[in-house]
Design a protein around this ligand. Structure first.
Ligand code: NAD
Length: 246
């Protein structure tokens, strides 16, 4: 139903998981897609598959963000998807862990928004979609650094939306529950019994299964399309009801 004809999009962290699914969905909807990732192998593979253009980009490096913005030029859609996780409580998380997760999950989104939004404002339209998480809306056990940064992403999105509410540039975030991606597969491997951990992670969604990457990409497509013109500053939950309560 939604199309992105005549639109261009840059998706960070598009070499894997949710970002790859978003890039693929956007390309299928008619957008010109820039597949940005610090992982050259994964990023190039996705770009080749969808007929997009690969951009080597580590979002924590401002110089690389500047180069990416020059290369892509004015884009209609920015998806700030690149993110990393960390398992730990306040007591088991070190300051360096928090700094590392913050650098990608918060500062990286800030770096990209700061460079891509001015051209959107100049054009008079645009859509910025930030990947937050269920961990940006409710606390997630044993994810101190991750939860801290994802609450910041929700706050950052609302602040951006408010400050630009007099324009047609929109800012929204998506909060998925557990999505079965290499990110989650990596976390599962850290448990003594990965199969039990998989069951536990599935049961946090009221439907009893994990979210699929294409289900998150469908939400991103809506937020990128003109049909969501009245949606800004929102947190779209794709969490299988997790945030509704138990
Ligand atoms: N998988 C989940 O359960 C889940 C749930 C909620 C939110 N999220 C969020 O969705 C986003 C994508 O998660 P995913 O599960 O697809 O992860 P993933 O690990 O499968 O993919 C993340 C991609 O981001 C890239 N990346 C990491 N750091 C980067 C950096 N500094 N610069 C550029 N690229 C970088 C990686 O190379 C990788 O290709 C993240 O922001 C994550 O926090 C994931």
């Amino acid at each position: 139903m939604f199309n992105l004809h005549h639109k261009s999009a840059l998706v960070t962290g598009a070499g894997s998981g949710i970002g790859a699914a978003i890039a693929e969905t956007f390309a299928a909807a008619g957008a010109k897609v820039f597949v940005a990732d610090r992982d050259e192998k994964g990023g190039r593979a996705v770009a080749e598959k969808i007929g997009g253009q690969f951009v080597l980009l580590d979002v924590t490096r401002e110089a690389e963000c500047t180069e990416a913005a020059k290369l892509a030029g004015q884009v209609d859609i920015l998806v700030n998807n690149a993110g990393i996780g960390h398992v730990g409580t306040l007591l088991t998380t070190q300051g360096e862990d928090l700094d590392r997760v913050y650098a990608v999950n918060v500062r990286g989104m800030f770096n990209c928004a700061k460079l891509f939004v001015p051209a959107m404002l100049e054009k008079g339209s645009g859509s910025v979609i930030n990947l937050a998480s269920i961990g940006g809306v409710v606390g997630v056990r044993d994810r101190f650094a991750y939860t801290t940064t994802k609450f910041a992403v929700v706050g950052m999105t609302k602040a951006m939306a408010l400050d630009h509410s007099h324009t047609k540039v929109r800012f929204n975030c998506i909060c998925p529950g557990r999505v079965e991606t290499p990110f989650v597969q990596g976390v599962l491997k850290q448990y003594a019994d990965p199969e039990k951990a998989h069951q536990d992670m599935s049961s946090t969604q009221l439907q009893g299964r994990m979210v699929r990457p294409d289900e998150v990409a469908a939400a991103a497509l809506y937020l990128a399309a003109d049909e969501s013109a009245m949606v800004t500053g929102s947190t779209m939950m794709i969490d299988g009801g997790w945030s509704a309560g138990k």
